[in-house]
Ligand binder design. Structure first.
Ligand code: ADP
Length: 298
């Protein structure tokens, strides 16, 4: 029977400067980027689907069509009268900055009145992030965590990337509290050390892994940019994997998202944790060598 990875979050319209005063329209968002790359890597025996909410306007229809064209199965709630969020990239002296229009985005309503995540069975994966939690109203966060806990109880593996984005939260404390509540419903955590050290004061990667293990995860994969990834699985000796050297880092957008996709593809095909991490590093190495969130793969 085919297995499913359901990614949960917000996909946005992306406006990226083309260099001649014009903008190219695309679609991206952390958990969606992971789904998009996972679809590219995985075989036909894996269903990759995306849970979110969109509106009923033309931009929402285009986004849905984009997902379908990419082979990602849309599991989208449709909110009449709403639309999707948007961000614009600005380039100044080679530095990218981002402006967001997402406060009215339909995705904020994805968990309203939700009683169950769609089409998941034991052995499947549900993947969400700290950004997924951040964009939801408090009640939506509570509902999402409860449907994730319910899915977990029936054997769905829950994978969580904390993806700390303080600007999306009312305070750092609120962010840290909800991140650890997210961790409490997860089996696997995929944190990035630099952010975790900044907001949780972790002295080293082992401290990050221990905090997630204490919250109940059985596997932590602690990413650290170009430095070694720490693998901490319950009851096993810790391992490290050093990412491939990238001679020319062009744009680190979606480094973590693509890493997650490589890791999930390895996990779903039954690879060892270390091999799944190597697959994550290999994909991320390609992505940081090119411009944009969703790049063509070699
Ligand atoms: P995030 O984007 O979540 O902050 P990280 O910066 O920790 O994630 O990077 C995720 C992965 O991307 C790393 O584990 C590594 O495989 C790859 N990566 C990121 N930056 C570099 C780099 N400068 N050189 C090589 N690989 C990198």
């Amino acid at each position: 029977m085919t297995q499913t990875v359901l990614a949960i979050g917000e996909c946005m319209v992306e406006m990226a400067p083309t260099g001649d005063g014009h903008y190219a329209m695309g679609f991206a968002g952390d958990t969606f980027n992971t789904a998009w790359y996972l679809r590219k890597l995985a075989g036909d025996d894996l269903t990759v689907s995306y849970f979110s909410a969109v509106g009923d306007d033309a931009a929402s229809a285009q986004m849905t069509a984009f997902m379908q064209d990419a082979g990602v199965t849309p599991e989208l709630r449709v909110i009449p009268g709403a639309s999707v969020g948007l961000y614009m990239i600005s380039l100044k002296d080679g530095e990218r900055s981002f402006s967001y229009w997402r406060s009215a985005s339909a995705a904020r309503q994805m968990a309203d009145g939700l009683s169950e995540l769609p089409n998941l069975k034991a052995g499947d994966v549900a993947f969400f992030s700290g950004i997924t939690l951040a964009i939801l109203p408090v009640e939506g966060r509570e509902t999402l965590l409860s449907v994730l806990a319910k899915a977990r109880a029936k054997g769905v593996r829950i994978v969580f990337d904390p993806n700390l984005r303080p600007r999306l939260w009312a305070s750092d404390q609120e962010m840290c509290d909800w991140i650890m509540r997210g961790a409490a419903v997860a089996d696997i955590a995929l944190p990035s050390f630099e952010d975790e050290a900044t907001y949780f004061n972790d002295a080293d990667k082992a401290a990050t892994a221990k905090r997630y293990a204490d919250a109940g995860v059985t596997l932590s994969i602690v990413k650290d940019g170009a430095d070694a990834v720490l693998i901490d699985a319950a009851g096993q000796p810790q391992e490290t994997v050093t990412p491939l050297k990238v001679t020319q880092v062009v744009d680190t957008t979606a480094a973590g998202d693509s890493f997650n996709a490589g890791f999930l593809s390895g996990l779903m095909s039954g690879q060892s944790n270390a091999d799944a991490v190597r697959a994550g590093c290999a994909l991320a190495a390609q992505v940081v060598g090119k411009r944009g969130a969703l790049v063509d793969l070699d």
